[in-house]
Design a protein around this ligand. Structure first.
Ligand SMILES: [Zn+2]
Length: 72
């Protein structure tokens, strides 16, 4: 079963991961930006976790799999 909300959250997470990979250590403000992206990523993880557990009117997401977030 698919869930659009989950797909959206995951694509946001993937975009953040890509952004993190593209941030060069040579950039002047690279460390700051990376730290910021890390925080955004942690927030997204929490959001995905919450959505999986009770994102559908208090019920678990039908698209969630137990090992789902560990691949990301
Ligand atoms: Zn869902």
């Amino acid at each position: 079963m698919n869930c659009q909300v989950k797909d959206e959250l995951v694509s946001q997470l993937i975009a953040l991961n890509n952004k993190l990979n593209l941030l060069s250590p040579d950039l002047v403000h690279g460390d700051e930006e990376r730290a910021e992206v890390q925080i955004q990523r942690e927030n997204l993880y929490a959001e995905i976790k919450h959505h999986r557990a009770r994102g559908h009117e208090g019920k678990p997401c039908p698209a969630a799999r137990p090992d789902y977030a560990s691949h990301l």
